[in-house]
Each structure stands twice: as C-alpha cells, then as structure tokens.
Design a protein around this ligand. Structure first.
Ligand code: PLP
Length: 416
C-alpha cells in the first residue's frame, strides 16, 4: 500500500495535503524521501521557532524523556513552575499566572471560560451573568467548539451549527464599529494583534488603544490571542508590544512557537484586582475549575523552557526585526507588479499577490498556485487567505538563508 493509499483508507480527509513527505530536518532545511532539500519558511506554521532539531531543544527533550516524561497535575511539576516563571518574568513581564494546555484552541477555550467566570462575578445590572465575547471578522482562534465559535470566518463554522452562543464578530481595524458594539451581556474582547490565518492583517495602534479604552469604560476583559504571534515571532516579546506597547491585557493565549514542535499551549491571566477587595482576575479559575491531563507535563515544559531560553538569550526577537527589514528592502527593490504589498511584523510577513495576474484553476486560490510552484522550486511557505503568501522562517534564520529563499521567491514571482 502506498502512503497516499494508506491516507485514503485510514486517515480522515480533513486536510488537503501536498505530496511532500519530509523525513529529516535541520535548522532551516527539510529533506524528503528522495533526498531533495527544501528551505523551510513554513516551519510547521510558525511552530519550529528554532528551526528543525535545534541541538538545545533535542538535548532538553532527550534528557527529560530519559528522566520523567509525565506525571499528573495532581502533583507538583518543577519544569511547569519554571516555565511559568520564565513566561511571566521575561516574556509577559506583567504580574499574572499561567495555565498549560496542549494547543492554541484549548488555550483560547480557557480564556473564554475565564470571561464567563468574570461575567458571573461582574453580572449585568439585573444580576444575570455576562457571557459574550466580542471577536473580529477574518480572525482564527482554533477548531474546538469554543474556539471555532470565536472565529469570525463562516467557512470554519460551516455545517457545525448550532454554535456555542455568546460571540459577535466586528470588522477588524474599524474603530467606529466599536463604540456601539457593547451590549449588557458583553464580558470580553478577544483578538489577534496580527491576524495570521486571516491574511496577515496588523491591528493599527489606534484600533488597539480604542479597544483598551472600550474595555476600561465597560468593565470588559481584554484578551490577546498570541498563539501564532507570541514569543519573538513579531520582533518583540509579544506582538501587541510591536503595535501598542503601553497596553496591559487581562489575558493572553499561546501555542505554536512556544514549544518548538512539542505540543504545548498556554493561557495567562493577569493578577490585576477586579474589585475593591483586591480580588485578582487570576484567582477566578480556582481549584477544580479547569484542567488538562497532559497539560504542562515535564516533557513538554522542559522542551518549551529550552526554546524560550534560547529565544531570550540570543535575542531572536531582534533577529526577527533585522530580517524583516532586509526582506522588506529586498522585495521592494524588485518592483514586481504581482506583489501588491508586504504586511506583518518581524518574521510573520504576508506577501500580498495581485490575483488578477495569477491564473488559478477551479478550486485553487492564487496563493495556492504560487505555494505549489515555490515548493517545486525548493521553498516551503504556507498561504494566508486566498491571495497572500506567508513567510514564517525560524527566528534564528540567517542572512544567507533569507537571501536564498528570496532568490527562489523572485524566480517564481518574476514570471507573473
Ligand atoms: C493556530 C492558531 C490557533 C489554533 O491553534 P491550535 O494549536 O491549532 O489549536 C489559534 N489562534 C491562532 C491565532 C492561531 O494561529
């Protein structure tokens, strides 16, 4: 049985997969079964932040796997406490507390649960709980029932209704739509500071400040989904700091790049007082209120700790800014008519394409046409929406690797 036959017979067909079979990775490169080498600017969709098989990460996983892989959250886990401390002190840099999940969607579900607890504690005027979370069009928050309902894209929700109630989607970057949006039942606002899957759309500083002011005025929680953008990816510790650094969110969710490839997610709640008695927001999820069997086990926490140490000690956020500037300079020097815009921050960059110049067969977007041609040329990138390419190299990518990838990109795009 061939691999694609095994897929057809045994794996649910939820993904349209490319025929590529990667068998080995090192740094920025992947090799397929035939020994062909690819430059990987997809990195498992912003997951392998140190590239493939970084020696520090491999060693941390090896050592922990040989010592203790898993114990229950019924017991204390030193690697989990150390990781939470690393996150609080060096990455969030605001007083708060962390819960470890296994994915980004689960992390967002945790934030949604926190919003509901908050809405019980701070109810509407008539005493009924608040529960609604405002999110935005073109957002992506994940595939669980909660995160899918939070996601402002009909194609993600198609055929899965009735959805979890309590979400309303506003236009992204539209300050004027915010003012009238709050209802008595509204409890929180959740957004990606830079929408990743939705096309690499950067929130404006005015928009983030307007949301923060709205939350303040109406006693709403402000949550950032930093699942794709956090931990150096966008050139700062967190993406919101690359846009509006003075804002202090109430909650943050993460996954993807924090584990460098091991499945780990997390959410954070602020220690700020939510009433006159000094009760901190982070106390609303007390013992028995939330849990995860695997969440924050010794293996994934040791791995994530190695990743976050490496990002911090080598200031990989600074490399993300450095490479962003180079990529923008080089691409704009090409003056190619097919490229309409470069959006994003750091090493989450969207190269917007002019769809009118790209003939796409039925059922294939212009971005997918280009992604396929780039793969044939030896460069892996994912799309973001129908006509944007996403560049997501590892945070430690070198000048030479960027130059090589851009030469491949130019080779393909210059023909349109
Ligand atoms: C990928 C992503 C998610 C979902 O993460 P999973 O680990 O796939 O559940 C949520 N939010 C954003 C912004 C993402 O990019």
């Amino acid at each position: 049985m061939t691999l694609s036959e095994a897929y057809q017979q045994h794996v649910l067909p939820t993904y349209g997969r490319f025929p590529l079979v990667a068998v080995r990775g090192e740094g920025c490169r992947l090799w397929d079964e035939a020994g062909r080498c690819y430059l990987d600017f997809c990195t498992g969709i912003a997951v392998c932040s140190l590239g493939h098989c970084h020696p520090r990460l491999v060693e941390a996983i090896r050592e922990q796997a040989g010592t203790l892989i898993h114990v229950s959250n019924l017991y204390q886990i030193p690697q989990q406490a150390a990781l939470a401390r690393e996150i609080n002190e060096h990455h969030v840099q605001l007083p708060g507390k962390v819960f470890f999940s296994n994915s980004g969607a689960e992390a967002n579900d945790g934030l949604i649960k926190a919003a509901r607890r908050f809405g019980h504690r701070h109810p509407q005027a008539d005493g009924t709980a608040r529960y609604e979370v405002i999110t935005f069009r073109q957002s992506f928050h994940g595939r669980t029932l909660g995160a899918m309902a939070a996601t402002g894209q009909a194609k993600i929700q198609e055929g899965f209704d009735p959805l979890l109630p309590g979400f309303r989607y506003l236009p992204f970057n539209d300050v004027s739509a915010l003012a009238a949006a709050v209802r008595p039942e509204t409890a929180a606002v959740l957004l990606e500071p830079i929408q990743g899957e939705g096309g690499v759309n950067v929130a404006t500083p005015e928009f983030l400040h307007a949301i923060a002011a709205l939350c303040q005025a109406h006693d709403l929680l402000l949550f950032f989904d930093e699942v794709q953008t956090g931990f150096g990816r966008c050139g700062e510790t967190m993406a919101w700091r690359s846009i509006a650094p003075a804002i202090e969110p109430d909650g943050i969710s993460w996954a993807k790049g924090m584990g460098g490839g091991v499945p780990i997610g997390a959410f954070w709640l602020s220690d700020r007082a939510i009433d006159g008695t000094g009760c901190p927001l982070s106390s609303l999820l007390g013992a028995g209120s939330h849990g995860s069997t695997y969440g924050g086990n010794p293996l994934v926490c040791a791995a994530s700790l190695a990743v976050l140490h490496e990002i911090r000690s080598h200031d990989l956020a600074a490399n993300a800014r450095h490479q962003e500037a180079r990529i923008r300079d080089i691409i704009s020097s090409w003056q190619l008519p097919v490229i309409t815009e470069v959006r994003g921050r750091g090493l989450l960059l969207g190269v917007a394409l002019d769809p009118a110049r790209i003939a796409a067969p039925e059922g294939k977007t212009p971005a997918l046409v280009i992604v396929t041609r780039l793969m044939e040329a030896g460069l892996l990138v994912p799309p973001a929406g129908p006509d944007t390419l996403r560049l997501l190299p590892p945070l430690n990518v070198t000048d030479r690797e960027v130059d090589e990838a851009l030469a491949l990109l130019h080779g393909v795009l210059a023909t349109y």
